[in-house]
Design a binder for this molecule. Structure first.
Ligand SMILES: NC(=O)C1=CN([C@@H]2O[C@H](COP(=O)(O)OP(=O)(O)OC[C@H]3O[C@@H](n4cnc5c(N)ncnc54)[C@H](OP(=O)(O)O)[C@@H]3O)[C@@H](O)[C@H]2O)C=CC1
Ligand SMILES: CC(C)(CO)C(=O)C(=O)O
Length: 312
C-alpha cells in the first residue's frame, strides 16, 4: 500500500448481506470507507445489534449488478456453497487492482474464488466473530472482533484498511495451522448445534462434549497429516474456548438449519473427510456428521456439479 492509499478512503464492496457481511460492512463504515453491501434479498437499512444497543449503518445497499463498478476491496461473505453463484458480482466489482478477502469458514476457502476473479489478489481469512442474521438487513453480533489472514504485504494493507473499524486483523505466518485450529472448532460445534437444534448450551451435555472432543481429535489427526502444527493441547484449548461461549450464542450452521437453508457441511466435516481420504486416515465421526448434514440439507450442488466426495 502506498502512503497515498493509506490516507485515502477506500471503496469496499461486501458481497452477502448476512451475519458476517453485515458486521464487516459496519466495520468498514466505522473505518470511514465507501461501502456497498451487495445483497440478494433487498432491504432498506442495515441495523447491527450488540450488547451496547442497536446501530443503524448508512451503507449503500445494492441488489443490481449494474449499480456497481470495480472497487479496491471485495469482502466475500456468502456461504461456501453460494460462492459460484456470485461470479457475476465478482466480474462487476473486480479489476486488476482489486483484492478479494474471503470471509468464510473452512480450510480451502480461497480455492474456488481464484477462477471466479481472474487477475485479482485473493486472500483467505478466518473470521472470529459470532453473529446471527435475524431478518434481511438485521444482524446481532454476539461476540468477537478479529480475523486471521496470511502474513505478507496484503495483510499489512488489510491492517491499514481496518484501522478504526473495531476489528483486529491478525497476520498469521502459518495460516494452515490457524485454519485447521479453527476447523477443529467448526467441525464440532457447527454440526452438533445444527443436529441438536440447540445453541451453545448443548455443549454442557457431557455426552455431546465427548462427541465434540472426538470430532476435534479426528480433525487434529488430519491437520497434522496436512502439515499443521497442532497437538492435543490445541484440542484442550478449543474445548476450553467453547466453554466460554454464552448460552444464547449459536453457530452459522444452526441458523441455516432453523431457516431451512442448505448446510455448509462440505466446507467443514466434508473437508476433514476429503483430506483424511488423501492421507489414508479414518474419521468415522466426521463421516457420520457429513452424512447426517447432507441428508438434512436441501440439495445444493458443488462447483463441479457433484454433491459430495463419495461420503454417502
Ligand atoms: N455467522 C457467524 O457467526 C460466522 C460465520 N462464518 C462463516 O462466514 C461465512 C458467511 O456466513 P454467514 O454470514 O453466517 O451467512 P449468512 O447466511 O448469514 O449470510 C450469507 C448471505 O449471503 C447472501 N447471498 C447468497 N448468495 C448470494 C448472491 N448470489 N448474491 C448476493 N448475496 C448472496 C445471502 O442472501 P439471502 O439474504 O438472500 O439469503 C445471505 O444474506 C460462512 O462461510 C460461515 O461459515 C465464520 C465465522 C462466524
Ligand atoms: C462457531 C463460530 C461462531 C466461531 O466463530 C463460527 O465460526 C460459526 O458460527 O460458523
Amino acid at each position: 500500500m502506498t502512503s497515498a492509499e493509506s490516507r485515502a478512503r477506500q471503496s469496499v464492496a461486501v458481497i452477502g448481506a448476512g451475519a458476517v457481511g453485515g458486521v464487516f460492512a459496519w466495520a468498514m463504515h466505522k473505518a470511514g470507507h465507501d461501502v456497498s453491501l451487495c445483497a440478494r434479498t433487498p432491504f432498506d437499512e442495515l441495523v447491527i445489534q450488540t450488547s451496547d444497543g442497536e446501530e443503524r449503518v448508512p451503507v449503500r445497499v445494492v441488489t443490481d449488478l449494474h449499480d456497481v463498478k470495480p472497487v479496491n476491496w471485495v469482502l466475500l461473505a456468502v456461504k461456501s456453497f453460494d460462492t459460484v453463484g456470485i461470479a457475476r458480482w465478482l466480474a462487476a466489482l473486480c479489476d486488476q487492482d482489486t483484492t478479494v478477502v474471503v470471509l468464510q469458514n473452512g480450510v480451502d476457502q480461497a480455492d474456488g474464488v481464484h477462477g471466479l476473479a481472474p487477475g485479482t489478489t485473493v486472500l483467505p481469512s478466518l473470521v472470529y466473530i459470532q453473529a446471527e442474521r435475524q431478518a434481511p438487513g438485521r444482524v446481532r453480533l454476539g461476540y468477537g472482533n478479529s480475523i486471521d489472514v496470511p502474513a505478507g504485504p496484503e495483510a499489512e494493507r488489510l491492517v491499514r484498511l481496518f484501522r478504526g473499524s473495531g476489528m483486529e486483523v491478525r497476520p498469521q505466518k502459518d495460516l494452515t495451522t490457524a485454519a485447521w485450529r479453527k476447523l477443529m472448532l467448526n467441525a464440532a460445534v457447527n454440526p452438533l448445534t445444527a443436529l441438536t437444534l440447540r445453541r451453545m448450551e448443548a455443549m454442557q451435555d457431557s455426552m455431546i462434549l465427548e462427541l465434540a472432543a472426538g470430532l476435534m481429535r479426528e480433525t487434529l489427526a488430519v491437520a497434522v497429516a496436512v502439515g499443521a502444527e497442532l497437538t492435543e493441547a490445541d484440542v484442550e484449548q478449543t474445548l476450553a474456548f467453547m466453554g466460554e461461549f454464552s448460552e444464547g450464542n449459536g453457530t452459522s450452521m444452526l441458523y441455516d438449519r432453523l431457516a431451512g437453508n442448505a448446510l455448509e457441511w462440505e466446507a467443514l466435516n466434508g473437508a476433514v473427510v476429503r483430506h483424511a481420504e488423501t492421507h489414508g486416515i479414518d474419521v468415522p465421526l466426521n463421516r457420520a456428521m457429513a452424512a447426517l448434514l447432507h441428508a438434512l440439507s436441501p440439495q445444493k450442488t458443488t462447483a463441479d456439479g457433484g454433491l459430495s466426495s463419495g461420503l454417502v
